[in-house]
Design a protein around this ligand. Structure first.
Ligand code: C2G
Length: 130
């Protein structure tokens, strides 16, 4: 069986998140998703996500194409996660193009085009009327 792994925050879950998860799942037989920890977001973006890691994990794990989820504690652990879950393919949106090429020694690395015109940041601005 071919295992695919992908990572993300998946905050204020939207159709762009769904599409990348569906396309990732289509590349293999089993999809594992790393959902970034609240603490990782504080370090990366200096703010907490709108939804907590428990809530984001619950949403992602309920999706039909998703077989397994875990909390991504650190960006530096990517190699360990790929090996631990026995991933054959690492998939990320192309906003990460080139950033994970160092893992091509242990798996295939695929960057998928992002869904245009939708993002968590744009949604937050739209809802708050800015
Ligand atoms: N995405 C997409 N289209 C959008 C928005 C997002 O395809 N319009 C994809 C991103 O490219 C990514 C995934 O959805 O592959 C999750 O996006 P984010 O929640 O923004 O994840 P990010 O904060 O980039 O976290 O270890 C890597 C990080 O944890 C990734």
């Amino acid at each position: 069986a071919r295992t695919v792994i992908t990572f993300g925050t998946f905050d204020v879950f939207h159709v762009g998140h769904l599409r990348v998860i569906e396309r990732a799942a289509a590349l293999g037989d089993r999809l594992v998703v790393g959902v970034s920890a609240d603490a990782l977001n504080m370090r990366k973006k200096d703010r907490l996500p709108v939804f907590s890691e428990g809530e984001r994990l619950a949403i992602v794990s309920a999706l039909k194409p998703v077989d397994e989820v875990f909390v991504e504690e650190s960006l530096e652990l990517k190699r360990d996660y790929i090996l631990k879950f026995g991933a054959d393919v690492l998939v990320m949106g192309d906003d990460w193009e080139g950033r994970f090429d160092e893992f091509k020694d242990i798996c295939e690395v695929v960057y998928l085009p992002r869904t245009p015109a939708i993002s968590t940041t744009a949604l937050i601005e739209k809802i708050s009327g800015n």
